[in-house]
Design a protein around this ligand. Structure first.
Ligand SMILES: NC(=O)c1ccc[n+]([C@@H]2O[C@H](COP(=O)([O-])OP(=O)(O)OC[C@H]3O[C@@H](n4cnc5c(N)ncnc54)[C@H](O)[C@@H]3O)[C@@H](O)[C@H]2O)c1
Length: 429
């Protein structure tokens, strides 16, 4: 069983000052970082659902001296479920999970209470995407290192805000690691590096397929208000999830962005709709999208995503070059210089992203994934708006769009009204 050494508050504090230090001071202080490499890093989790609980396990796996000490969630039952699951006495992480009643925070301001009171060094932000800009802003303001799940917003206003917060994180030398986990997958990284080194010549086009089944749905309890229903079923509401092109397909679109050296596309058009999600319980989201993205260099991305059961399923990135082809998720290249297949070790990419975060903190380095997590989010919003409207959407215009999907109030009661966008009628703000 891993024994987490009890750290004194003073050594922990000086260690953390080290990680926020700059320039020459950082070099000097790095020595003490190495000396204190076994100092406890206190971690708070915001959003204790499926991914949040998983991220907590990834934290404890990645760094044996990291300790989950605080939980925050909108709903008490979700927090309790997570606390019980992670706090099992027979868990191999029993020594790294220590959350007492005083460090459990519930409600809309739970994240702020955690940041103000729990004395954490790192926060994992794993609530639904709509809440990311406000929670990330508070975390960086409070001087915390952050693991930030994708996507980072559901509208351009949120994306612009996060671009600004990412700059603040950089200025404060705080780590900001994105949950776009494929960027931390060894096989995917090696494949993309080879493509970027010319293994298939120049990229002509990429095809992104995320053809998958349906997702969970939470049956309405009689005591839930309309807003609570939406928040518990956040996947199906554009203002909360961004629609599945943003919430899920972002993983694939991000790989196209990465292959274009994080330069965004200039325009997009597409088509989509909801063929099987006709029931109002599915809010206002579509069940399929097909988008053509165009880059300034003339290359294109053909992007298809579908969430329907009993249909052909495939999740893969197909890359077409002047001298060959590649499949990124299969880690496979067929190029002019011969075929190549990644055969190295493949530890969990979810553990790897936390290894990167925690080793950066301990080594006094800073990772900032801010720009690409914002760009891939906006790329997904661009595809969504192209399909909703039936129009061509330009990157520069969308980046400056006033679109803000926030509700007037978060008080439980009436919910924002929803209507399914009709192409040709829907207009982009
Ligand atoms: N990187 C990945 O592979 C991956 C996989 C799954 C989910 N995700 C992302 O993780 C996030 C969470 O997804 P999930 O599957 O865990 O959903 P979930 O519904 O299981 O969990 C979300 C949790 O956040 C809580 N919550 C809701 N509003 C909140 C608020 N304002 N403040 C604090 N907590 C709040 C909910 O009560 C719930 O416990 C999403 O952004 C999703 O896109 C990423």
């Amino acid at each position: 069983m891993t024994q987490v050494p009890a750290s004194t508050e003073s050594s922990r504090r000086s260690f953390l000052k080290t990680t926020a230090a700059t320039g020459a001071a950082a070099t000097l202080l790095q020595r003490s970082v190495h000396a204190q490499g076994d100092s406890t890093l206190r971690v708070g989790l915001v959003g204790c659902g499926g991914r949040g609980s998983g991220a907590a396990v990834n934290v404890m796996t990645a760094d044996k001296y990291a300790k989950i000490v605080a939980l925050a969630d909108l709903f008490e039952d979700r927090l309790t479920q997570c606390r019980q699951q992670l706090g099992r006495k027979d868990s191999k992480f029993a020594d790294q999970f220590s959350v007492d009643d005083d460090h459990c925070y519930v409600g809309m301001d739970a994240y702020q209470k955690l940041l103000d009171n729990a004395n954490v060094d790192v926060v994992c932000l794993c609530s639904p995407p709509h809440f990311r800009p406000m929670q990330l802003e508070a975390a960086i303001k409070a001087g915390k290192h952050v693991f930030c799940e994708k996507p980072i917003a559901t509208d351009p206003t949120g994306v612009r805000k996060v671009l600004e917060i990412a700059k603040q994180a950089e200025a404060k030398k705080l780590n900001l690691v994105s949950g776009l986990c494929w960027r931390y997958d060894r096989g995917v990284k090696a494949t993309i590096e080879r493509i970027q080194d010319g293994a298939i010549g120049d990229i002509v086009a990429t095809q992104e397929n995320y053809l998958t089944g349906t997702l969970w749905q939470r049956i309405r309890e009689p005591e839930w208000t309309d807003l609570e229903y939406q928040m518990r079923n956040w996947l199906y509401y554009r203002w909360l999830s961004g629609d599945h092109i943003v919430e899920q397909f972002i993983h694939s679109l991000d790989k196209s962005l990465w292959l274009h050296n994080d330069t965004p596309p200039v325009s997009a058009y597409g088509l989509g709709g909801r063929e099987v999600r006709k029931d109002p319980v599915f809010g206002d989201v579509y069940d399929h999208f097909s988008v053509v993205y165009e880059w300034a260099d003339g290359t294109k991305t053909f992007a298809h995503t579908r969430q329907m059961s009993d249909c052909f399923g495939q999740v893969e990135d197909f890359i077409f070059g002047t001298k060959g082809t590649a499949k990124v998720l299969a880690n496979e290249i067929k190029g002019h210089a011969g075929d190549w297949q990644f055969e190295g070790e493949k530890p969990s990419m979810y553990d790897e992203e936390h290894r990167a975060l925690f080793s950066a903190i301990r080594d006094g380095r800073v990772i900032n994934n801010g720009q690409y997590m914002c760009y891939s989010t906006l790329m997904a919003i661009m595809g969504r708006e192209a399909c909703y409207s039936g129009q061509v959407i330009k990157w520069d215009k969308l980046l400056n769009s006033p679109m803000d999907l926030s509700p007037h109030t978060y008080d439980f009661g009436a919910a924002p009204s929803v209507s399914v966008p009709v192409p040709g009628k829907y207009t982009v703000a």
